[in-house]
Design a binder for this molecule. Sequence first.
Ligand SMILES: *Cc1c(COP(=O)(O)O)cnc(C)c1O
Length: 422
Amino acid sequence: MKDYLFLKKQDKDIYEAVMGEEKREAEGLELIPSENYVSRAVREANGSVLTNKYSEGYPGKRYYGGQEFTDEVENIAIERAKKLFSCKFANVQPLSGAPANVAMYFALLEPGDTVLGMDLSHGGHLTHGHPVTSISKVFRFVRYKMKDTSTGEIDYDELRKTAKKEKPKMMLAGFSAYSRELDYKKIASIAREVGAYSVADMAHIAGLIAGKAVKNPFDYGFDVITTTTHKTLRGPRGGMILTRADKEIAKKIDKAVFPGLQGGPHMNNIAAKAVCFAEALTPAFRKYAKQILKNAKAMEGVFLKKGVRMLGGGTSNHLILLDVYGSLGITGAEAETVLDEVGMTLNKNVIADDTRSPMDPSGIRFGTPAITTRGFKESECKRVAELMLLTLENKDNAKKKKEIHSEIKRMCKKFPVPDKFV
Ligand SMILES: *Cc1c(COP(=O)(O)O)cnc(C)c1O
């Protein structure tokens, strides 16, 4: 590989691991819904000399000199982010999704304050106050759930009652394992009623929002959005915090990111975010976002036909949660392992009110962002869903699994990982 000339000469061990990963990504089906393939341009920006520079502070207000180019990079990233998500303020410095959330909590809350967020087994994320996180020792997290796991609908009446009783300072909408859309209007209005901030964590669906394939919480009055940039948005690993309109909130967020939580921003990473935002502003990206949804629907069709239970009864976004234990008698961990053997990478996942343990839960979670980047359309995605079920049905049949693996390798060859999108 031309790209890695110096690495190859200097450090064989790491070079070989990188090459191994490149091959793995090229030859297998990436179905983990939080993963994607970035463009070469994004990788070049991320691997640039900007990694050498300290830029503590914000554009025009830095602690060190030599910022003529870093200021330009950060300002461009901010302007593009604002345009992409229709908001007035953007902080592009968070190192990833989890630190973005930590900074956001400290910006808007006092220790001991209550946050009302989605139940973790119903789709919420670790960073929404799971007991294993440090943040759960600082703030008080209260939960809301789905009313009916066969439709995925949230119990909004219950949510309103809980909000009135618990008096949260923040209402949190966002998920990493939920396949339906939330009613942002209802959540924002309940937040207003009880005097809480409304915050959406759109880490998973940022690309779908940017591509206008799903609703933008800002259109329904949400105050703040936190996100990652490396999932459906198809950028470098990183985070971001957006503020719809309120300058005071935006100021608090800037202070909470730096100096509240972080030191120097990773300017190479911010440059790569800017490149990804420009890609996401193109018509081609809108098409991509819509295709992600169509492809998930095509997979849904297969599971509906075969009567395999999907949490929420199906999908309105990029991901599907299958109750493989309930429907097929195979545990999530076992399903993850067998599917990996035939070249399909996805993850085991707890399902709503799971009776099994998180290390071997009842479900698996997968999605279409990465295979859509490869160019898969509905017919290929339908076949992928069929192959998943075929693999699970033949989990002890080595010959059958070999055939399936060959078919998957052929599909991957036919749809190579692209270098560019614009
Ligand atoms: C992925 C995710 C995060 C965490 O992002 P990291 O970059 O892994 O720290 C936070 N919130 C939600 C909803 C996520 O899906």
